[in-house]
Design a protein around this ligand. Structure first.
Ligand code: MN
Length: 355
């Protein structure tokens, strides 16, 4: 069994509880999870004993490489609905949070003999715990991002715009072998660092600024995620103090996180430090999130996540303090959760770097 067949077997186990006889997988990352291909314009159909990929001529050759899947080719006059109509299964599950409403309505209209069951999070739950391949790919992506951080430490200087610096960072990751970016790079400077998800603009880096870089790349489909805040020239005492509170919070979380702890408890490890220092109201987001084929996956390190965190999940650890109109600081690592602690994939220095 290859890793995709193993995943299919796990999916079939889960499907047993839904009562569905067939399952239509339409979300691009969910298709990628079972194929290893990007999966644009591809749909999967899974039953107890069969697995189909439904796509068109453009993906014929690709689909033929996927030997664990049968191939149904759509064309003009031959559609997903024709495929479904010809299937013997009556109860068909679809993904509530992935399927387009228009497709859902068309299935209802064109296949009235089928019972359509809208299910949620089935594949997402499977994706939570990572296998060896996924862990290795994430590690590789983190290694590229760290090399790019080193490069940026030599590159950042007063006079550059945020856009110029962000382009350099992205170019560097691609040159080092990244397939893609994990998400739109955040590279912001000065007072704008108080925007947790600020967009790089024409603002110019100046002496005395903080620069926050929150960025990542994909390798073999898997995302890295890392944030570092650096100072350009001598920071003020307040900047240094706030930085050190965030660092202390981040280290406390890295120290305390292990399998079995709830997302809420993990979040509190960092939040308690920041609250004690008097900055609680300026840490308005949660501590972290899972990553994988998508940049935001389960589990969450958040006050709303009461479930225990499982070993084998990959989760970001990213506390921050954001002082409006002044500056912000965030430090983020990405780590594998184990029974006894974490294996941190981001080993770039965390003490305040002054460039
Ligand atoms: Mn993140």
């Amino acid at each position: 069994m290859n890793r995709f067949e193993t995943r299919l077997a796990r999916l079939r186990e889960k499907l047993k509880n839904t009562g569905a006889e067939g399952f239509l997988i339409t979300g691009e990352p969910n298709v990628a999870y079972f194929t290893g291909k990007k999966g644009n314009d591809c749909t999967l159909y899974i039953t107890k004993s069969e697995a189909w990929i439904i796509t068109d001529f453009r993906y014929r050759e690709m689909a033929q490489e996927l030997s664990w899947l049968s191939f149904f080719e759509t064309a003009i006059g031959k559609s997903l609905y024709d495929f479904l109509k010809a299937r013997p299964e009556k109860i068909i599950a679809v993904e509530k949070d992935r399927m387009q409403l228009s497709v859902y309505l068309s299935i209802k209209e064109k296949c009235p003999e089928k019972d359509i069951l809208a299910v949620k999070d089935i594949v997402l739950e499977l994706r939570e715990v990572k296998d060896e391949f996924e862990i290795e790919a994430t590690k590789k992506a983190c290694a590229i991002a760290m090399k790019a951080f080193d490069h940026m430490c030599g590159y950042l200087r007063p006079g550059l715009t945020e856009k110029q610096a962000a382009a350099e960072l992205e170019h560097c990751m691609k040159t080092l072998g990244a397939d893609d970016l994990s998400f739109d790079t955040i590279l912001i400077t000065g007072a704008k660092t108080s925007y947790p998800h600020g967009v790089p603009g024409n603002d110019v880096i100046q002496k005395g600024d903080f620069v926050t870089m929150d960025y990542g790349c994909k390798v073999d489909g898997y995302c890295s995620d890392e944030t570092r805040t650096v100072a350009i020239g001598q920071p003020t005492q307040e900047m240094t103090d706030v930085y050190n509170v965030v660092l202390e919070a981040q280290l406390a979380a890295c120290e305390g996180i292990k399998a079995g702890i709830t997302g809420k408890q993990a979040d509190s490890l960092a939040r308690d430090v920041i609250e004690k220092a008097g900055y609680g109201e300026y840490f308005g987001h949660s501590l972290g999130h899972g990553t994988g084929l998508e940049i935001h996956e389960n589990p969450r390190y958040a006050q709303t996540w009461d479930k225990p965190i499982k070993a084998g999940t990959i989760v970001s650890i990213e506390p921050g303090i954001y002082l409006p109109k002044k500056f912000g600081v965030r430090i983020e690592d990405l780590a594998l959760v184990t029974e006894t602690g974490i294996i941190n994939f981001v080993t770039a220095p965390k003490e305040l770097i002054i460039l």
